[in-house]
Design a binder for this molecule. Sequence first.
Ligand code: UGA
Length: 454
Amino acid sequence: MHIGIIGTGYVGLVTGACFAEFGLFVTCLDKDEKKIKSLKKGKVPFYEPGLEELVQRNLKEGRLTFTTDVAEAVDSSLAIFIAVGTPPRGDGSADLKYIEDVAKEIAANLNGYKIIVTKSTVPVGTGDRIREIVSRNLKELVHFDIVSNPEFLREGSAIEDFMRPNRVIIGVDPESSSGQQAIAIMKDLYKPLYLIETPFVITNIKTAELIKYASNSFLATKISFINEIANLCEKVGADVHMVAKGMGLDMRIGSKFLHPGPGYGGSCLPKDTKALLKMAEEQNVELSVVDAVVRANEKQKEIMAKKIKDAMGVLKEKTIAILGLSFKPNTDDIRDAPSLYLIRRLLTEKAKIRVYDPVVRSLDLIAKSNELIANDSKLRALSSKLITYCKDPYEAAKGAHALVIMTEWNQFRNLELERLRKLLKEPYFFDFRNIYEPKRLKENGFKYFCVGRQ
Ligand code: UGA
């Protein structure tokens, strides 16, 4: 079977490469000619473990092709996946411009029955909108079905998540005469997952669309909840890891996503929680829990900055070493990363910053991705003066007054403590991912601060 994937961003490329690995013939399309040119050579423009190998293998075996020509991606495909971005607008709602453009282009090239599947995270009702746009722009009268098939891929382990998902959600229009056919095609595409008994949830399109937002918002809820409990733990003398363990053993609660930290980041949880709030507001429905989750997350980032300030006093002229920029390990994505918030706060305090991340290697990227810095000419000027990019954790620590762990990359878990202690001018150690044992750090002469433990 042939399928087409529109959009070779993170979701599109992982989906395309994994479906090709399942044995399907996949054509991935992007407007960006430079990107397609380098993908044709097997070069993946972002960091995701295992993806480049998968792309190269399937390219070589002829199951994966790349193009900038919509007709090529649509012509022989029975299913066309839409995997373009839905960036946030100023008010938090999702911008559907790219989705709408793609719907028009698909319509103009539709030459027979096909299913049009949304993989992108889209507000409830987008499936109907796509159907309308496609119907209005059809060149020849052909039948098609709209399907919602949201993705649940985590950056850094996206291939594993695609190959061994907890569930596959398929939303189809219950009124469509060919709805059963659309479901059968989707099941066929995901056939290898039957062998590992993956649950399939078949529902209507709006429900499928909402499942995605509700899932991400619930994950964010767990994180904000445990972060607030961690803050309480510090005051009352409890250990948040034990609290999380004790809670998580209750099967109704579950142990995942109860790890405290400097706040959740990335391109999904922050964006999707806000988009869900916007959707609810438009329907006059109050989502007070999600609202509190978003506010708690903003506060958590500030609480981390305050921890540093409270411990060290005036930060002007002090040098802070930051280990980890990406919003989590195994990705080079720094969108909405808590590290960017901290960098901005330190810059406003006029502290000097030495950063190291195993994958994020460009200071330029920091300025660009951190809108708050990019839009503020004073901060922008300060950032080029005050931030130094270092080649490893030890170089970052050299001459710094404090070390801050912002991302739990594996290579930060076993740092040479004695060496670090000697390199630092003052022994402040802020472990905002709780990857060290407080007792051990104190024994090594550090003034150790973490999240929710004594
Ligand atoms: C998230 C969801 O987990 C995926 O299921 C979903 O498909 C994806 O969004 C998406 O919508 O595309 P992702 O953004 O890659 O995936 O990252 P997560 O692993 O969810 O982590 C998000 C943030 O929460 C990170 O900053 C991480 O450090 C933080 N986090 C996570 C915690 O602070 N504590 C935890 O216990 C777990």
